[in-house]
Structure formats: C-alpha cells, structure tokens
Design a protein around this ligand. Sequence first.
Ligand code: PRP
Length: 220
Amino acid sequence: MTRSLTFAIPKGRILDEALPLLAKAGIEPEAAFHDKKSRALRFATNRPDLSIIRVRAFDVATFVAHGAAQIGIVGSDVVEEFDYSELYAPVDLNIGHCRLSVAEPAGLEGEDESAMSHVRVATKYPHLTRKYYEARGVQAECVKLNGAMELAPSLGLSRRIVDLVSSGATLKANGLVETQVIMPISARLIVNRAAFKMHSAELVPLVDAFRRAVEVRDAA
Ligand code: PRP
C-alpha cells in the first residue's frame, strides 16, 4: 500500500459509535472492514492516502505514540494511563462514555480507605490506580490483568478492582459493587505530535473534520 496515513481504530465497543463519525469526516473503510469473519488487520478506505488498522485499545495508543499510525481513536482511560508525551488528543468525540471505578465485593464494601496505608488492587490501569490512591495517602499494590478483573476478588487475588464501568452489568454479574468513581471516560481523537507537524497538510484538515462532525452530530 502506498497510503501515507494510518488511522488506528480500537476493536470493541467504541467501534460502532466511531463509524458514523468517520463517515462524517469523509472516511469510508472498504467492505472487508465490516466483515466480522475477516482476519485482515489493515484496510483501505475511500481515501487513497489513508488506511485503517484495527487493534486493541491499548495498542492504538502505542501505534500512534510511536508514529507507526499517525492518528487514532481511543478512550481517555488509555490516553491517561500511558501519559505518552508524543500523543496529542485534540478532540473529545463524545462517544464511548463510561467511568473508571473502584469496585469491591457486595457486602464487604464501605471500609474507610483513608484510614489504610496499603491496598491491593487488580487492574489493567496500574498507573491511574497508584495515582488515585497516592493522592489519598494510600499505597496501592497493583496486580496487572488484561481483562476479567472481576474474577480477582472471588479468587482471592485482590479485594478491590479498578476497571471500566458502563452499565454496571459485569460488576453485578460477578457480585461486585462500585465504591468510588475515579474519572469519567470518553473516546478521544489522538494524533502523533511529530506526524501532526510533518503531515500537517493532511492531518490538520482531518482533525478539523472530526471536530466539525462532533459539533454537527451533537447539535442535531
Ligand atoms: C469492559 C470492562 C468491564 C465491562 C464493563 O470490558 O473491562 O468488564 O466492559 O461494562 P458494563 O458495566 O456495561 O458491564 P469489555 O467488555 O470492553 O472487554 P475487555 O475485558 O476486553 O476490556
């Protein structure tokens, strides 16, 4: 492919909400992108200069931070967890709303954390978890998991978890309750800072197109 721009899109929940915005910003992926059976990871679009890659949310940030993709869409949870200086997040897309929260087993919640010096937490977000507890004078020992955090309390891995909560159904199904909201989350358009300068002729109008697409959608 001779396409000079690579756009990283996360698999999973944000994807469905992101597609109408991509369309409004003038980007239509090739048909194979919508084929759930396709094993392809990189897709052409209606723009000859732009291809799309579909990767895990945390990898969107990694590809864009390293300049392997120049632009992407990812939750603010990922942007904040990595805190990559190479990432510029110019547009809140106002999709993918959820929150990063602390959860504990139902019936055991309510312990005064400010009276504790140490907590053990299973999470995919060790940086944000430590930062949250540090601000409260509590040292957090994080056990890093990549998914299914909700299993940790019942199996004795940790009493608490820090994870994304949307409907709350996953917590409920696993006997947990949300005890603290750490931060609200929404999806962001992210751009590699160096690429933003090098490919400004393409990226500046593209970022503007997303900003306008969000404004038009939210005004409707
Ligand atoms: C996220 C998160 C929770 C769940 C919360 O996982 O890690 O498990 O969604 O959503 P709910 O409050 O609506 O139940 P996701 O399904 O995105 O999969 P993942 O484990 O691969 O991140």
